[in-house]
Write a protein that binds this ligand. Sequence first.
Ligand code: SF4
Ligand code: SF4
Length: 82
Amino acid sequence: MSIEIHIIKERCKGCNICIEICQAGVLEMSDEYNTNGYPFPYVKQQEECINCGMCEMFCPEFAIWVSFKEEEKISGLKVGAQ
Ligand code: SF4
Ligand code: SF4
């Protein structure tokens, strides 16, 4: 089971809260802008995420959240399922 970080860039207002609150240094602000003119974060080091949920809890725009990605074997093939 691996952690996935989801960011809806069009919902983001570029407030930087998620980046500042992440003690693991997972997130960084992108140098791109969404269609509303705000910069948005991207996942710099996903492997460092400890699934503390702080980014999700403090984002005022509900633009970021974390989930688990389960891997299962079907007929010998590895497939990802959420
Ligand atoms: S869940 Fe925690 S460690 Fe992971 S990106 Fe969010 S704040 Fe950082
Ligand atoms: S806390 Fe939410 S709105 Fe603020 S920069 Fe992060 S994703 Fe964007």
